[in-house]
Design a protein around this ligand. Structure first.
Ligand SMILES: O=C(O)COP(=O)(O)O
Ligand SMILES: [Mg+2]
Length: 222
């Protein structure tokens, strides 16, 4: 019998399960270079990530001299094509993530993903990184007509994973507010793409390393 009081543990992808910042930064910088804009250091793109590729580009353009619809129309397809060809060059699971997923599986708990990244990138990325078979469901930013913090994709992730009591882990307000909107508890990870104190997310709990996840869940109140 599992001592973990959840049927489904849901994960955000970028900045939570995977450190995708190297490949996202490479794609942003490739697109910026075609506009003669200077590149960003990898860590500086963290605050641009969380609401999909178009918003990431808009934020990068705004922070590097200005953004308008014409620039986005030119640079977005370049960014998307580059990223599609270079999804898993630098991207890796955060330390302890695979071990935590293994332990959840051994405890009979389903693991699932709800990301704001589109299916076009998420599905091949998970495949290339060797993780696609491990998750009971993967719901992306364009799987439904809405994305986090709307609760619908989180509900869909839970339903496709078989339903039951669920908890969600994430690195940005989209995740924590999404979990709250879906009326499930949340855990914020402090090692993701957050640009500020993790406490501001007001998650139900915070972890600083995946080694903390199983003990946290085993001792979850109620
Ligand atoms: O790609 C994004 O902008 C966000 O992706 P995430 O929801 O997995 O963090
Ligand atoms: Mg994220």
């Amino acid at each position: 019998m599992s001592r973990i009081p959840f049927d489904v543990v849901g994960f955000d992808l970028d900045g939570t399960l995977l450190d995708t910042s190297g490949d996202l930064a490479a794609a942003v910088n490739y697109a910026l270079a075609t506009l003669d804009r200077p590149p960003f250091p990898v860590d500086s793109i963290h605050p641009f990530v969380g609401k999909g590729a178009k918003v990431m580009l808009e934020r990068a353009l705004a922070a590097s001299g200005g953004c308008d619809e014409g620039l986005i129309a030119t640079a977005l397809p370049i960014l998307l094509d580059y990223y599609e060809q270079n999804l898993a060059v630098h991207s890796v699971p955060y330390p302890g993530a695979i071990a935590a997923i293994d332990e959840l599986g051994q405890a009979g708990v389903k693991v699932a993903i709800c990301t704001n990244k589109s299916e076009r990138f998420t599905i091949p990325l998970m495949h290339q990184i060797g993780l696609s078979e491990r998750f009971a469901s993967i719901v992306c930013g364009d799987t439904l007509h809405v994305s986090k913090p709307d609760p619908a994709p989180i509900h869909e992730m839970i339903a496709r994973a078989g339903g039951g009591r669920a908890i969600f882990l994430g690195d940005t307000i989209n995740d924590i507010a999404g979990a709250r909107n879906a009326a499930i508890p949340s855990v914020a990870v402090s090692f993701g793409f957050l640009d500020g104190p993790v406490e501001l997310l007001q998650a139900d709990a915070v972890i600083h390393h995946f080694d903390e996840l199983i003990p946290l869940l085993e001792n979850w109140p109620g």
